[in-house]
Design a protein around this ligand. Structure first.
Ligand code: FES
Length: 106
């Protein structure tokens, strides 16, 4: 499973997000209430970037375009207009650096 370096752990404050490119898709790496999450950056409803969304303190992110909310842990769409989930990815912190594990592409 390819591992992609995101940034130093100290460079992603609580309530913030950073967008990275990966072989599968752009990914939003988000810290909410001290926990790190990684989800597909593109909203499942339309062409919006979740890394530009509103990170809530309850482990959710709100799309900046039409305000759908997603669970960062499961990727589930929690309200309309989105109905499809976001993909989620494992996040690891090693030696002070944040990494995301990307599944092998076929
Ligand atoms: Fe995200 Fe519409 S583009 S809710």
């Amino acid at each position: 499973m390819p591992r992609i370096a995101v940034c130093p752990d100290n460079d992603l404050p609580d309530g913030e997000a950073v967008k990275i490119d990966s072989p599968v898709s752009a990914i939003a790496v988000i810290r909410s209430a001290g926990e790190l999450y990684a989800v597909t950056d593109r909203c499942s409803h339309g062409n919006a970037s979740m890394s530009e969304g509103y990170v809530e303190e309850d482990g959710t992110v709100e799309c900046p375009l039409h305000a759908a909310r997603f669970c960062l842990k499961t990727g589930a769409a929690l309200c309309q207009p989105a109905t499809e989930p976001l993909m989620t990815y494992p996040v690891i912190v090693e030696a002070g650096t944040i990494y995301v594990d990307i599944p092998e592409t076929a």
